[in-house]
Ligand binder design. Structure first.
Ligand SMILES: NC(=O)c1ccc[n+]([C@@H]2O[C@H](COP(=O)([O-])OP(=O)(O)OC[C@H]3O[C@@H](n4cnc5c(N)ncnc54)[C@H](O)[C@@H]3O)[C@@H](O)[C@H]2O)c1
Length: 266
């Protein structure tokens, strides 16, 4: 067991809205629990967050759910205090919560200042808040690992999708500052996924529409398929465990080779 005697906090750990479908955070929670970590699942979505912990326990693991909004400082502080009270220790922080709320498919001119600030406050400042309040407890616990879930959008941008890539590029910079400020006790790395199949992005599409949509996106990926949540959880396990003991401040791209492929063929 790679995470025996550890406590791991994962934000954005609720299962997907559609009958508990796949999400990256819940896949990480389940994977880490199977490797012996006690899981603290944090999310704003209570029902699906509790389902993640039900699945952890059904599979023989241990964990708790804490409802918290990553954009509210008090809720973040309260979550850390609760962990200290319940488990006394914390070793792993996985920052994963992100919101796609509102119309984020806009360019800078069409994005209101309010929408811009809101997404920054959840998707970027939420990572800052959890790092800020979790790090003292991780240090008190003897050190550990932070893994920030970033995105390929930190490098490769889509048209009319302006604020999300800005948060992800900043998360990679945050990763590097944490990596030098809190080493050697804490290693910090980020994961930059390409397109990962999750329940929440399926929206109101029919099953046929979902398959067509995913097949279309997959065409531009050298591996010709979307990434699964388990494939991200495997990398998170690598980065949060001693298997990656000399990796610090790195942003690992997990996109099946899309970013290195050219956009046209001869
Ligand atoms: N799915 C992809 O293709 C993809 C690609 C690259 C990066 N990512 C990143 O992976 C991470 C996980 O996303 P996902 O794809 O599993 O989507 P998801 O929607 O299933 O997960 C995001 C979770 O964050 C939670 N959340 C949103 N706002 C919150 C808030 N204010 N406070 C607390 N929790 C909040 C949501 O309830 C949800 O459970 C995100 O950081 C996302 O940007 C996803």
């Amino acid at each position: 067991m790679k995470l025996k005697n550890t406590v791991a906090l994962i934000t954005g750990a609720a299962l997907g809205f559609k009958e508990g479908g796949p999400s990256i955070g819940s896949a990480i929670a389940l994977k880490f629990a199977s490797e012996g970590a006690k899981i603290v699942a944090v999310d704003i979505e209570e029902e699906m967050g509790r389902k993640t912990i039900e699945q952890v326990i059904e599979n023989g693991g241990e964990g708790i759910f804490i409802k918290a909004d990553v954009s509210k400082t008090k809720e973040v502080k309260d979550a850390i205090n609760l962990i200290e009270k319940k488990y006394k220790e914390l070793h792993i922080l996985i920052n994963c919560a992100a919101s796609y709320e509102g119309n984020i498919f806009r360019n800078v001119v069409d994005t209101s200042e309010e929408e811009w600030k809101k997404i920054i406050d959840i998707n970027l400042n939420g990572y800052f808040r959890f790092a800020k309040f979790a790090i003292p407890l991780i240090l008190k616990s003897g050190g550990g690992n932070i893994v920030n879930i970033s995105s390929c959008a930190a490098f490769n941008v889509l048209k009319n999708f302006c604020v999300y890539p800005v948060t992800k590029a900043a998360i990679n910079a945050l990763t590097r500052t944490l990596a030098i400020d809190f080493a050697p006790q804490i290693r910090t790395n980020s994961i930059c996924p390409g397109f990962v199949r999750i329940a929440n992005s399926e929206g109101d599409r029919t099953p046929e529409e979902i398959e067509e949509w995913i097949n279309n996106i997959s065409k531009s990926y050298p591996l010709k398929r979307a990434c699964s949540v388990d494939e991200i959880a495997n990398v998170a396990l690598f980065l949060a465990s001693n298997d990656s003991s000399y990796i610090n401040g790195e942003s690992i791209i997990v996109d099946g080779g899309r970013i290195v492929s050219d956009t046209h063929e001869f």
